[in-house]
Design a protein around this ligand. Structure first.
Ligand code: 13P
Ligand code: SF4
Length: 329
């Protein structure tokens, strides 16, 4: 009991110190919905986070930043996107090991090879890619605007990288609507690929009245099996949050990152959310402690070792694919 009280007080102290230090350091804090609940807490709710969002929301927010410094509570490819949109600002990531199995599944060289193999075929890259990869593609997308972006091309064939499962789900939708074909890469999200038809069916059997909340990154077979007997939504993080608000159901089975369940419970306290609770190990490298350390490292005219740095030519080449993506919000 004593230990619990002490650690709770310490957390609160850390939150207050971060909140205070942000003003002194002219910094804002942006966080993804997959952060732990203490990092998701926004200023209006007693936390220190200035903006919480999905990948697209965070990219849009990154175009509006006034502060000189940004602490990015998310993963590296997200912080890089903020840097590409704000080359003159200091973008700090509290743990440089905050990677992503999708982003590390493809390189700039792989894109060049794809271009050689499929000349003239437009390349759409999921925003979950590193800056050097983005610099070689035609347009980026997030899970929120991927379908609209893919549909906007006139070409009958498109390359979509790197998430094979999301690509197959997109293919299923886009082929039915437009007849277009997607050429896919073989990356996957190590969190969302863990949802299987078997574990979803078991949860549905125990909760027959629940609706399904399924992210695009979940394998197609799991999606198809899950919707055989239940209603729900297949979409991005934002689509999932919005769907719950519009649904009359009381119970939901979540097939996405576990801490999104905490976000949902915070937004809709009278609803029930069930999930096998798969956590993203990369998102969880970001903590209150290293967020504070990143903030403390900010010094005038000095590059902090938490800071995202990218070659100028990569920034300028990766800018256009991101800018094009932002036309689809
Ligand atoms: P969204 O934020 O676009 O839903 O993506 C989920 C994700 O896996 C981020 O890494
Ligand atoms: Fe990457 Fe998946 Fe983690 Fe998102 S949840 S950062 S896609 S590994």
């Amino acid at each position: 009991m004593e230990t619990q009280t002490t650690s709770r007080r310490t957390k609160q102290e850390l939150i207050e110190e971060i909140h205070q230090l942000k003003k002194e350091k002219d910094a804002v804090i942006l966080a993804h919905y997959y952060m732990t609940p203490d990092l998701q807490l926004t200023v209006d709710k007693g936390g220190f986070t200035d903006f919480i969002g999905d990948s697209l929301g965070l990219s849009v927010e990154a175009t509006k930043i006034k502060a000189k410094n940004v602490i990015f509570c998310g993963v590296k490819f997200m912080a890089e996107t903020a840097k590409i949109l704000n080359p003159e600002k200091h973008i700090l990531l509290p743990d440089m090991g905050a990677g992503c199995s999708l982003a590390s599944s493809i390189t700039a060289e792989d894109i060049k090879e794809l271009r050689k193999k499929h000349p003239g075929v437009p390349i759409i890259a999921y925003v979950n890619t590193y800056a050097e990869t983005k610099a070689e593609v035609d347009i980026c997308c997030t899970s929120r605007n991927a379908l609209a972006i893919a549909k906007s091309f006139e070409e009958p064939e498109l390359i979509f990288v790197p998430d094979v499962y999301m690509g197959q789900n997109l293919q299923q939708n886009i082929e039915a609507q437009t007849g277009k074909k997607l050429i896919l890469w073989h990356g996957s999200c190590e969190v969302h690929e863990q949802f299987t038809g078997k574990n979803m069916k078991a949860m549905q059997a125990m909760n027959p009245d629940a609706e399904m909340l399924m992210h695009w990154e979940v394998p197609k077979e799991t999606i198809n099996t899950s919707f055989e007997n239940s209603d729900g939504v297949l979409g991005s993080t934002n689509d999932i949050l919005r769907y719950v608000g519009e649904s009359k159901a009381q119970k939901f089975i979540l097939a996405s990152e576990c801490d999104l369940g905490a976000t949902l419970k915070g937004m809709y306290p009278d609803r029930e959310f069930i999930t096998p609770c798969f956590k993203c190990p990369y998102m969880k490298t970001i903590t209150l402690e290293n967020t504070l350390a990143a903030l403390k490292s900010i010094e005038t005219d000095k590059v902090s070792h938490y800071e995202i740095t990218l070659p100028e030519d990569v920034i300028s080449r990766a800018y256009m694919p991101i800018k094009r993506m932002l036309q689809f919000t």
